[in-house]
Write a protein that binds this ligand. Structure first.
Ligand code: PMV
Length: 336
């Protein structure tokens, strides 16, 4: 299923900023929302440059996201500050950031990276997506490139696949593309605004995951029989979600998004060894949602590579949903 080539991130980075200046200004700033997929990205056709096997469709989380400030420094090493605390440059998160900066900066330029995230980190709540999108925007600002959205989306994708959807407010679709260099694999915004749309984080656990999405995707693509059905499933689901959004049809968007997330988890469960992100409390929450729905409340869920749920409903149901799930972190994607 995969079509790996020898194209590197560095090669794509050079294509993106070909002919542009590499002299930094005094500083750069970028801000990007987190996003949650309603039709999931699961499986890469090229691991080196984060190319997906299928398209996906997401909604941005309004003001929840990341903000990053970059400053050139006269030092031997970069400095990375996350939520006000200096990060050990030997840790995995810092290594990923340094590797990313190296794709775009001139040799020898050291940077102070000051990043703030308003979402819980590394708990399946899309922190890397907003982080890399904000970093891409900050680099664009630092060097004064003024890249177009398409190029910025590709640039963010090199940090983390789903980051390419974090450049826009509201709904966005990541076009899978066909090219081996991935220059046709980027996200585009959907024009639809849906002010009553709500998505809320139901936190089950913030413990670090046992297996990250990259390794889990690789194992699923390599070993799951069910995964062979996934591209066809996505094609149907993404069309249904797009149409549901256009018609402001929550029932259609909600049932399709919920089914799509469950199908993604089914492919993981079908992998060898099996991957199961759910905790008993995740399943209890799903059952509670199905019970509430049977009683007439229009509430749906989606889940990513983690145990937490994201609830989907409309403004009119907000008070009732929050009564059943105290501690819910509600986002109005169009109302900020
Ligand atoms: O971008 P990554 O490598 O963190 O993968 C994200 C995968 C899911 O969150 C499970 C699905 C998605 O489309 O965001």
């Amino acid at each position: 299923m995969k079509s790996e080539t020898n194209i590197s991130k560095k090669h794509v980075a050079d294509l993106l900023i070909a002919g542009r200046a590499r002299d930094p200004g005094p500083g750069g700033h970028g801000r990007a929302p987190a996003n949650i997929a309603l039709c999931k990205y699961w499986g890469k056709r090229d691991e080196a440059i984060n190319l997906p096997l299928t398209p996906s469709l997401s909604v941005a989380l309004g003001e929840l996201g990341a903000e990053t400030v970059l400053e050139p420094i006269d030092a031997a090493d970069d400095i990375f500050i996350l939520n006000g605390a200096e990060v050990d440059m030997r840790c995995e998160a810092a290594r990923r950031v340094v590797e990313y900066l190296d794709l775009f900066r001139p040799v020898g330029l050291r940077l102070r990276v000051d990043s703030r995230s308003s979402i819980p980190l590394a708990a399946g709540l899309a922190s890397s997506a907003s982080g890399f999108a904000a970093l891409a925007l900050a680099l664009d600002d630092l060097f004064g490139w003024r890249l177009e959205h398409r190029a910025l989306s590709i640039m963010a994708r090199l940090g983390s696949g789903s980051a390419c959807r974090s450049l826009y407010k509201g709904f966005a679709e990541w076009l899978a593309g066909e090219r081996t260099d991935g220059m046709d694999s980027y996200a585009v915004p959907l024009a639809d605004e849906w002010p009553a749309f709500r998505i809320a984080l139901l936190e089950i656990s913030v413990a670090p995951k046992e297996i990250g999405s990259r390794a889990a995707m690789r194992r699923t693509v390599a070993t799951s029989e069910l995964y062979r059905r996934w591209p066809a499933r996505v094609a149907g689901d993404i069309a249904a979600i797009r149409a549901g959004i256009a018609n402001r049809d929550l029932e259609q968007v909600g049932t399709t998004a919920e089914g799509n997330a469950l199908a993604m988890h089914a492919t993981m469960i079908d992998s060898r060894p099996a991957i199961l992100y759910w905790k008993p409390e995740s399943v209890a929450a799903m059952e509670q949602i199905w019970k509430l729905r049977a009683a007439g409340l229009k509430v749906f869920f989606t889940m990513d590579a983690g145990p937490n749920l994201k609830l989907i409903y409309e403004e009119g149901q907000s008070a009732e949903v929050r009564r059943h799930f105290p501690g819910l972190r509600e986002v109005a994607p169009f109302g900020f």
